[in-house]
Design a protein around this ligand. Sequence first.
Ligand code: UDP
Length: 454
Amino acid sequence: MAADGRRNLNLLVLPFPAQGHISPSLAFSKFLASKGLNITILTTSHLTKSAKGSLCSSSINIQAISDGSEEDKDRKETPEEMLARFKRCVSQNLANFLDEMIESGSVARAIIYDSCLPWVLDIARGRGLLAASFFTQSCSVCAVYYHLKNGLLKFSDADRVVSMPALPRLETGELPVFPKVMDPNNTIMNFITGQFSNLEEVDWIFFNTFDKLEYQVIEWMSKRWPIKTIGPTISLSQTNEVISDQKNDHMISIFEPTDEEACIEWLDLKEANSVLYVSFGSVAALPKEQMEELAFGLIMSNCDFLWVVRSSEENKLPPDFISNVRDRGLIVKWCPQPRILAHPAVSCFMTHCGWNSFLEALSCGVPMMGMAQWGDQKTNAKFIEDVWNVGVRIPGDIKREELAKFVAEVVHGDKRKELKRNACKWKELVEEAVGKGGSSAKNVDDFVSLILGG
Ligand code: UDP
């Protein structure tokens, strides 16, 4: 306790303000809080304004700092301008926040920041904090980024397949970046490869993965940096100790969920293993033609389905689709995905193969149909089908008749049996990793001891 009776903060957590980065940071924070750490998650003003779900949490304090998005908010920014403004404002306001904390006598011991924000390190160091960089994508994808950053991955238009150590051979279309982005002067490329800019100086490097999932590439990466696997964070956050500690906790969600209980009640009426859950995450926007083929394909498959169509995507649905579906399908704007995947009625997950969506499905033993759109989703989809054998890939240009057959086979047919067997094995390995003494649980315990040990 500080002299005035305030509890000293153990940890600050700074996620990048996108759903796929916030979800794992919050889940990790919940687990750390259940171990007795006093945590503040710093959100930025853009997120605080757009967040529709509750931002309050019983065990975790949530504070907002400005990212400058409230100034001149009608101006359309290029990605370059947006990233530059974000860095300028957040670094200044984070420094101010820490300085005020220090002046008031309440000092944090460490900060966990998203690996996309490597400039946080200098700010933290200048104020005596320990620092951890948190990678929210797969270790395999990050290994590809490492090769790109260091000029170790070169190929011409004629090359179809590339090889890298500790990774399967990847077709160029399965790489996590578009060829046009590979120019070292490209802003997106710099943002991606910047994650590796100062890793030699950080105190911890956390990955949201687990040892048995990516053992070869984790071993390869560990020869360069002392990385620690702490995932799947969603499963850490669902262990008994977290649940009993934080009964009334909420998600930090950028989108307002459709009535959560209505989704569960709808699933409750369905038979076990009968429903296809369809979601493409928080960012991916399918072309209108693809949405239409998917909509008609789902109807033709005769399978029940729960489909997340964000508000911005609704106008791509065929006219009258929602009313024609009747009780065969439920279309929602946003849902509590981890809870849906854990429902016994869910048979299979049609996913864009975002890393969190994949880990959430794996944790529940749910087979996947991958319709990757871009970026790391393409690499994840390759692994889901060929390395982990828990799903099949669907080509983006698939037509409705073929899609309907595909869905019926994976939701009810023989293919499902094989995928489900593998998914159940992976679920057990997840439980082993996050259970007592498991590889991820042990890495977190070591971290907690160091933080609390002073
Ligand atoms: N998600 C959710 N409700 C939805 C759709 C998605 O809570 O209706 C969550 C999902 O559980 C995951 C995150 O949004 O934690 C999406 O992250 P992911 O890495 O899968 O994809 P991204 O949105 O970053 O492309």
